[in-house]
Ligand binder design. Structure first.
Ligand code: F6P
Length: 544
């Protein structure tokens, strides 16, 4: 910690608590009416993204106090420690160096005497050669047929990043390569992913940082059996399976040679691994050059986050606003609404990023936190979302800060659709902020009995993020914006955003129960509820 005091005891925190009471009595209508320049003043442009944060329950004083809070939390020093490769993942005693994955070739970063930039570019080069070969039809399947399908097998960070990026950048992907993703151990998921594929033309990319994740190994084994059933030769598998992992021994144990293994390192967290070899499926789809543009977009935001003063720093402000609502307004959730259908997996991606990182209840030194931490992140693309859950956002009883994300230029014609899409995005931010009053409704002739039903209170905060076009570079920038926003939040809450101990117990129990489900005798090792569920399943899984 930067001083002896816990965060909520610090002067900046206390000042924000007092300030929140004042702001809570304001309405965005009044804030805008009293400050005609607000919409342009509370906005900033960075790395190709325009971030409008004027429709938040804030004023200039809020921004000043939040930046003071960031200062007092040592955000600058913590960020520098991360960029330098210090062990900022304190509970696992290692660096969190996703930012090194996008350093340019000419850079150098020594971590324990080793230049990690050299390692990063060595792997990027290997990935590029592999991707170019496969895309050109030079690297073929065992029987000499061209690879026409890629199946990424992985879960969590080994799935969500490449899956999201592939979907987002599909427009830039080639049509003659069918890229699919399987994560869930539900047999229906793999069956669905394999449906219609020809084993002679299919490449499996087995992605697992640890190479111990049960779901991924189960899917990988079944995929291997599927391929072998058709190819009838163990040697053939070398042309149809590659691994991406920080555990090359694990991949070798599975039968994937070092030559077909693309490594990454324990200093890359799973949910931060899109820029590593975990992005291989995305690179195969869009090509190495475009993949490097994605990295360049992230790098640009890294530099911005490192250098810009907090009050002009897009990720820092984004993160501080998240703290403002979670810790000072008690907001339970935050919505991410991309007005770009190809960002359909982006909310799920941010969900893991934010919730696995900051879903913590103890500080770095193990003390209980004294404020709320990460909000529950959720969302779906607009305009679909408007026709499902936006009702609650407009008239429900909860405060749900929203991010609306859009791009000025369409990827596909006709342009009129894009105009309509953007009109909806702007309209929703406006409606959330300003709502509709009873007076306005009466003036429009709405019958009195319907007035209470039709009032929209407004004052619902949102950030509008708009870029020029959904290019690889823009996506890279967006990813890094959220990564550093999450880091900012963690710094203020003084928690470790890079571990995820909370997921371990469930894995252990599942291992134990998996054995019990098929054991000859009925076990009674659990609580009465779990025992009853296990018993019921055992009875019904017996062959009829
Ligand atoms: O269970 C959580 C988790 O460890 C995530 O943090 C990670 O992204 C995912 O599982 C997959 O892990 P791996 O890449 O090691 O298979």
């Amino acid at each position: 910690m930067t001083d002896e005091l816990r965060q909520p005891e610090r002067p900046a925190w206390k000042a924000l608590e007092r300030h929140q009471q004042e702001i809570a009595g304001c309405h965005l209508r009044g804030l805008f009416a009293g400050d005609p320049g607000r919409g342009e003043r509370l906005a900033l442009e960075a790395c190709g993204l325009y971030l409008d944060y004027s429709k938040h329950l804030i004023d200039g004083e809020t921004v000043r106090l939040l930046c003071r809070l960031a200062d007092g939390s040592g955000l600058r020093g913590r960020a520098e420690a991360m960029f330098r490769g210090e062990p900022v993942n304190v509970t696992e005693g290692r660096p969190a160096l996703h930012t090194a994955l996008r350093l340019p070739r000419a850079a150098s970063l020594l971590v324990q005497g080793r230049d990690v930039v050299r390692d990063v570019h060595e792997v990027l080069d290997r990935m590029s050669v592999f991707a170019d070969g496969l895309r050109a039809g030079d690297r073929r399947g065992h029987t000499g047929r061209r690879i026409t399908a890629v199946v990424n097998v992985g879960i969590g960070g080994s799935d969500l990043g490449p899956r999201m990026a592939y979907s987002a950048l599909r427009h830039h992907a080639r049509d003659d390569l069918d890229v699919r993703f399987v994560s869930n151990v539900d047999p229906a998921a793999l069956a669905g992913a394999l449906r219609g594929l020809d084993p002679e033309e299919t490449l499996f990319v087995i992605c697992s940082k640890t190479f111990t994740t049960r779901e991924t190994l189960a899917n990988a084994r079944t995929a291997r059996a599927w391929a072998l059933d058709a190819l009838r030769d163990e040697a053939a598998l070398a042309r149809h399976f590659v691994a991406v992992t920080a555990n090359s021994a694990g991949a070798a144990g599975f039968g994937i040679e070092p030559a077909a293994t693309f490594p990454f390192w324990d200093w890359v967290g799973g949910r931060y691994s899109l820029g590593s070899a975990i992005g291989l499926a995305t690179m195969l789809a869009i090509g190495p050059e475009r993949f490097r543009e994605l990295l360049a977009g992230s790098h640009e935001v890294d530099e911005h986050f490192r250098a810009a003063p907090f009050e002009r720093n897009a990720p820092a402000l984004h993160g501080l606003l998240a703290v403002w609502y979670a810790s000072f307004f008690g907001a339970q959730t935050a919505a991410v609404i991309p007005y770009a259908s190809s960002l359909d997996r982006f909310p799920a991606y941010v969900q893991q990023l934010a919730m696995e990182s900051n879903g913590k209840a103890v500080t770095l030194d193990g003390a209980a936190v004294t404020s709320e931490t990460a909000a529950i992140v959720w969302g779906e693309p607009g305009t679909d979302a408007q026709h499902s859950f936006f009702q609650l956002l407009h008239q429900g009883t909860r405060l749900v800060p929203c991010d609306l994300i859009a791009f000025s230029r369409p990827l596909d014609p006709p342009a009129e659709h894009h105009d309509l899409l953007l009109a909806n995005a702007f309209a929703q931010a406006e409606a959330l902020a300003f709502g509709r009053t009873a007076e306005e409704l009466r003036a429009a002739g709405v019958p009195e009995r319907l007035v209470p039903h039709r009032v929209l209170p407004g004052n619902r905060p949102s950030t509008f993020i708009i870029g020029e076009e959904l290019t690889p570079r823009a996506l890279g920038a967006l990813v890094a914006l959220y990564e550093h926003s999450v880091f900012t939040q963690a710094a203020v809450w003084e928690i470790d955003p890079f571990d995820q101990w909370g997921v371990e117990l469930g894995k252990e129990l599942a291992d134990r129960i998996a054995v019990e489900l098929v054991a000859p005798d009925e076990p009674a090792l659990h609580d009465s509820s779990t025992n009853a569920l296990v018993r019921r399943y055992r009875a019904s899984r017996r062959p009829r």
